[in-house]
Design a protein around this ligand. Sequence first.
Ligand code: DER
Length: 224
Amino acid sequence: GGTDDQKRRAAERAADLVETGATVGLGTGSTAAFAIRALGRAVEDGLDIRGVPTSFASRELAREEGIPLVAVDEVETIDVAIDGADQLDGDLNLIKGGGAAHAREKIVDAMADRFVVVADPSKVTETLERAVPLEVLPDARTAAAARVSELDGEATLRRAERKDGPVVTDNGNLVLDCEFGQISDPESLAADLSATPGVVEHGLFVGLADEAYIGTDDGVDVQS
Ligand code: DER
């Protein structure tokens, strides 16, 4: 992956966009964490915002940073969402879900009037080709994996590192990481995955991002 400096540059540039009075979607992952910390400093300096966390982790960090929080079901609109990505292509289609938070992330990111992706150059690709995370109801993991195979993919149950057994999401579900190779038509694959019984949410974010801030060693490249 990229360097912390690259991530920080992208995230702080995105945080600078946030105006007082805004409701801000707070993304999940190490890059979005830099934006949450920057917003925390701005709140300390008097910025009046409300944060909408996209995961237990982002809520915990936002609370530590003193950002006033509101739950996603308490807001009608979100002005701007700042979130990371595991991969993004030239059309701003994303693969997300490295942190297994993509179900709530997609709710918040899709609600936002402006969804800004923050990333380092290692995330940028011509064609999406990383594994696509699926959040699945535990009982559906076998059926969903079988459907992924029919779609010429290969599903792997995401194992936890610091606990025995699989990763369990904030919503109590399991994650299948699904390899499809080069994904030349993300929209079509996204539709197939959404139609798969037991799939709560997949990590293809098609047509949702409004712009991407890519932190480099000497600045920020903006893609829109
Ligand atoms: O889990 C997620 O969707 C995260 O946003 C992930 O895609 C990016 O995490 P990173 O900024 O730590 O690489």
